[in-house]
Design a protein around this ligand. Structure first.
Ligand SMILES: Cc1cc2nc3c(=O)[nH]c(=O)nc-3n(C[C@H](O)[C@H](O)[C@H](O)COP(=O)(O)O)c2cc1C
Length: 175
C-alpha cells in the first residue's frame, strides 16, 4: 500500500473534482490518498508520501504561478519518488490537442519546468458561463466562438473524459 499525495491548483473547482475521482480510483486499489491545495502546501510534509501527483488548470493561457513555485520549492522530493502531472484546459476538448504530446499547455509546462514527472496527462475541463464574472464570460465566449465551441450564455459543458481520468489513476497506482 502506498501513501499518495495529490496537490491541486483550481479556480472554479473542476480540477478538484478530477482529483476526487482519481482519489476514488486509487483508493479502490487499496492505496491511501490525501488531497491538498497548492495554496495550503506549507502545512503538508511531502516526505510522508511515496508518490506525488500535481494537477493544475489553465486560466488565460497559464497554469497559476503557485504551481511553479510549489515545484521549485519541492524539486528534490518530487525527483526522489514517482510523480505525475496533469493539466486541465478546454483546448483539450479537441481530439488533436488532448494528449500530452499535442496539448500546448503541457508543452508550455515542460518548457517552463525542469521537473520530469514519470506520468503526464491532460484532461478537458468544464465551461459554466453563469459562474464567471461578466468580463470573463465574454472573453471565454469569444474564444469559444473562435474555436467552434458552445457560446450560449447559459451553457454548462463538461468536456472531461472520465474514463481517461480513471485510466490515469490506474497508471499512478502502477508507477
Ligand atoms: C477566465 C477563464 C480563462 C480560461 N482560459 C483558458 C485558456 O486560456 N485555455 C484553455 O484551454 N482553457 C481556459 N479556460 C478553461 C479552464 O481551463 C476550464 O474551465 C477548467 O475546467 C477550469 O478548471 P478549474 O475549475 O479547476 O479552475 C479558462 C476558463 C476561465 C473561466
Amino acid at each position: 500500500m502506498a501513501n499518495i499525495l495529490i496537490v491541486y491548483s483550481t479556480t472554479d473547482g473542476h480540477t478538484l473534482s478530477i482529483c476526487r475521482r482519481l482519489q476514488r480510483v486509487i483508493e479502490q486499489q487499496a492505496h491511501r490518498v490525501e488531497l491538498a491545495s497548492v495554496d495550503d502546501e506549507p502545512d503538508t510534509d511531502l516526505q510522508r508520501f511515496d508518490k506525488i501527483v500535481i494537477g493544475a488548470s489553465i486560466r488565460y493561457g497559464k497554469h497559476r504561478p503557485q504551481v511553479y513555485d510549489f515545484i521549485k520549492r519541492n524539486g528534490k522530493v518530487l525527483e526522489s519518488r514517482p510523480s505525475a502531472f496533469f493539466s486541465v484546459n478546454v483546448v483539450a476538448r479537441k481530439p488533436e490537442k488532448n494528449r500530452p504530446e499535442t496539448n500546448p499547455y503541457i508543452k508550455q509546462f515542460r518548457k517552463k519546468s525542469s521537473w520530469q514527472p514519470r506520468e503526464l496527462a491532460v484532461f478537458a475541463g468544464k465551461i459554466d458561463y453563469q459562474r464567471y464574472r461578466l468580463r470573463d464570460r465574454w472573453i471565454i465566449r469569444l474564444i469559444m466562438w473562435m474555436t467552434h465551441g458552445p457560446t450560449h450564455p447559459k451553457t454548462v459543458a463538461e468536456f472531461t473524459n472520465w474514463e481517461d481520468v480513471e485510466a490515469f489513476g490506474r497508471r499512478v497506482c502502477a508507477m
